[in-house]
Design a protein around this ligand. Structure first.
Ligand code: SAH
Ligand code: SF4
Ligand code: F3S
Length: 481
């Protein structure tokens, strides 16, 4: 899953690639509706993974149903929400800093309500209310339906808290209010939670048990998006390959390969992406489904975390270096055009220099088109925090991370250079970040492509783009017939 929080590498390779905005959620579709007297405005800011951005759209829908309207101007908001991430210490620090800003806003405009949502709310629970006096609401990821009631509690002068984790909640019936929308690409949550218990990871604690959403509601959402002009959907989950839903009427089980196929059949012009795949679970069936459908994008985010088998064991990833390499081989065999990206952690507990070298050699071997790269940050309550000393000095972690980033930049550059002279089908997403004379959009391999505007093309159209130049983050080209 892509992360938009604190990642130092996002400033470089990754951020340029996905052109996404950090933190603030923008409202295009629902831009600044006229305020009706007495109507309350909410503002929402999201941190962390795509799942959180997707959840903010569910929250927005729930609030809209109870009479709130979105605003992108935090200063006029009656309700300020921050959807938080706990994945690394830095992510939590970012949230704390934003709360200082909201503190000030609240002082200037008494009566403004501040709510903390998401993973940090779940991790800290009532402690948040003790630590942060300005906070009125603390709402965990499975409790968003309760928001209107919690707001009412806060209206009455109380504090609203609900951090109950559910085994069933998937928000299947809620039609998300597309907040950060370019009108072309949208996220669809297909499952929630995670049962994997990687030893470094806080997600199972903040998101609870894994559960899959009703397949028909997913297809209905994809169909509606297509009808509204969207041309790309990304199926989201912490571990999409373990998606499993049983139709209560027929008892037929839908696995991820079947769901992918159903989504691809919504319309040949609707592109399908997915994230994140766990190396232990991605099946050949999924790969064959990808190969069989032109509109399933040839791109897999397959986080390796470490290239060394001993470290992978300590991380409780349940695969080793050889298994991971065999999955890469399967992808190359079945989906030869597929680009692969990764998440990598530098300096996990007890990692030696030789083990770090194994991670570097894996980057070469897997030939990642890009990676999200982090140094290990111990998270309270995780298996690693309880069992293994966080014994790699910060300077060593940072140096190893730099080595990883440097190598990945070279590998990405090489990957992109190979595309020069090739022509790709690109879905236009909008203006390029740098110039309104250029469009940007991604090819099937998820590579950001920038090219001059010509003719009558508009966002949502497919064009063939011939690549003329490439950096480590972007392909630069021109539209050809
Ligand atoms: N479900 C996804 C990952 C979600 S978290 C998966 O299994 O691949 C996104 C990424 O954050 C992880 O892949 C990992 O690389 C990184 N991460 C998670 N916990 C971390 C920690 N404690 N320190 C540093 N990076 C971490
Ligand atoms: Fe965390 Fe592992 Fe689950 Fe990913 S699969 S969310 S890294 S526990
Ligand atoms: Fe996502 Fe961060 Fe939570 S990565 S699941 S928002 S801890």
């Amino acid at each position: 899953m892509q992360l938009y929080d604190d990642n130092p590498t996002l400033a470089g390779v990754a951020k340029e690639l996905d052109e996404s905005k950090q933190g603030e959620v923008f409202y295009r579709e629902y831009a600044q509706p006229a305020t009706i007297a007495g109507e309350r405005l909410f503002y929402i800011e999201s941190y962390g993974c795509q799942m959180n951005f997707s959840d903010s759209e569910i929250v927005a829908s729930i609030l809209a149903e109870s009479g709130f309207r979105p605003t992108r101007d935090v200063e006029v908001a009656d309700l300020i929400l921050i959807n938080t991430c706990s994945i690394r210490e830095k992510a939590e620090e970012t949230v704390r800093k934003r709360l200082r800003v909201f503190d000030q806003l609240k002082r200037n405009k008494p009566g403004t309500m501040v709510g903390v949502l998401g993973c940090m709310a779940e991790r800290l629970k009532a402690k948040f209310l003790e630590e942060e006096k300005l906070v009125d609401l603390v709402v965990g990821p499975d409790a968003y339906r309760d928001l209107p009631a919690l707001v009412a509690t806060a209206d009455d002068g109380g504090k609203g808290i609900n951090v109950y984790l559910s085994r069933e909640e998937t928000y299947a019936d809620i039609n998300p209010l597309r907040l950060d929308s370019n009108g072309v690409a949208a996220f669809i949550s297909i499952m929630r939670g995670c049962d994997n218990m990687c030893s470094f990871c806080v997600v199972p604690f903040t998101r609870g048990r894994e559960r899959s959403r009703d397949a028909f509601s997913i297809i209905a959402e994809a169909t509606e998006l297509y009808q509204r002009g969207y041309r790309e959907v990304t199926l989201l989950g912490q571990n999409v390959d373990s998606y499993k839903w049983q139709n209560p009427e027929t008892e037929q089980v839908v696995n991820f390969a079947a769901l992918l196929e159903m989504t691809a059949q919504v319309h040949p012009d609707l592109r399908v992406r997915f994230s994140t795949s766990h190396p232990k679970d991605i099946t050949d069936e999924v790969l064959h489904t990808m190969a069989a459908h032109e509109n399933i994008c040839k791109y897999i985010h397959l986080p390796v975390q470490s290239g060394n088998s001993r470290i992978l064991e300590l991380m409780n990833r349940t695969y080793d270096r050889e298994w991971y390499m065999a999955r890469i081989e399967a992808i190359r065999r079945i989906v030869p055009e597929c680009a692969i990206s990764s998440d990598i952690i530098a300096g996990f507990c007890s990692e030696t220099e030789a083990e770090h070298q194994d991670t570097l050699s894996m980057i070469e071997y897997a030939d990642y088109s890009m990676s999200y790269m982090f140094f290990y940050s111990e998270r309270p309550g995780t298996l690693a925090a309880r069992k293994y000393p966080d014994d790699i000095p910060l300077e060593v972690k940072k140096r190893r991370l730099q080595e990883i980033i440097r190598l990945q930049a070279q590998v990405s550059f090489r990957h992109n250079q190979r595309d020069i002279g090739r022509t790709f089908k690109v879905l236009i997403e909008g203006d390029s970040r740098r110039s309104s004379d250029d469009f940007c959009g991604r090819n099937t391999q998820n590579k950001m492509t920038v090219f001059p505007k010509v003719g009558q093309y508009k966002p949502g159209d497919y064009v063939n783009v011939k690549v003329l130049e490439a950096t480590s983050a972007t392909l630069i080209g021109e539209i050809v017939d």
